[in-house]
Design a protein around this ligand. Sequence first.
Ligand code: ADP
Ligand code: MG
Length: 369
Amino acid sequence: MTNLVIFYYLKKYFFIFINFAPQFKIMNEKRTEVASLGEFGLIRQLTNQIELRQPSTIKGIGDDAAIISLADNKCMVVSTDMLTEGIHFDLMYVPLKHLGYKSVVVNVSDIYAMNAIPTQITVSIAISNRFSVEALEELYAGINAACKEYNVDLVGGDTTSSLKGLVISITAIGEVQKEKITYRNTAKIGDLICCTGDLGAAYLGLQILEREKQLYLSDPNTKPDLENQQYLIGRQLKPEARKDFIEMFEKNKLIPTSMIDISDGLASELHHICSQSGVGAIVEESGVPIHPDAELMAIKFNLDPITCALNGGEDYELLFTIDPSDTEKIKYLPDVYIMGEIVAASEGIQLHTKGGNIHKILAQGWVHF
Ligand code: ADP
Ligand code: MG
């Protein structure tokens, strides 16, 4: 009600608000829950009226990063990611230094997913009075360590307060030659589906940390038992972006036909590539790389290892497709796995299990809302 009175006076005295009035009216009449659209539906709904006006904008919304053309066939690549306390991280088990490191990794990973090299980042934080200077210095020690590892410069940002909790928003900037850019929407029928590293481990690391948190909350005297699972917990707390692969692609003169980084889980990313490229996919369960520690831990948690690999998320590996004629270029590379093939859209997105069954792969991934 107060809002309405304020809007009335704003409308009366400030011409500029007149144009805004119908939107406020709609807000009062109709209410759609964000949850009914989901994250990607919401982004589509909010941005479907956005028009690109600058000829230099080569790619706007819809990929891992935006592409802006510069002189000499070069392009600038820009991506932003925001991490919110309680949603993306839990400070009960995430050390601030690791959080700083990971915040940079998730951003440079989106730059690599375009086959580009990250060069600069900006860091914005919203902090409550719960955080001391020393605590924030820890966060920045992690940010700094990642800048060193990925050879990027921290060139600015913003600092503001929040009522409670910590929010970190990072923008990464990178560069790439125009002809080397790898989009999500350019996979073709017959292409091979490949991925780097192994999948599902970060999710299982999270399950261990969550389990120990719950045990601690029910009895603060219990000593955490991380079961010597350095690999799984490391994959969750200190992921790395696959800079090495972008360098390897360059060295082997390979340009994937499409690429995306695996932040939300293989299933979700495969859906992005397939829906945007207008194709389908067949994935062989036997081709999906799962670390033995992840396999064992999944069974311990009563989970199916392949489900963890498909829907776990936060592995920050690269999912990419290649023309079959490029197979020789990746065949002997370490840590790269061919897991399937791009097929016609009419075939959908399928998993062929080791037991000979065919399942539809659903786009689960993380549900934020
Ligand atoms: P990723 O998982 O690779 O970080 P997202 O799923 O977050 O990508 O985003 C998909 C696309 O939507 C990107 O192009 C991103 O820039 C864009 N996007 C996300 N949120 C917004 C927003 N609030 N306004 C405009 N564009 C957005
Ligand atoms: Mg991405």
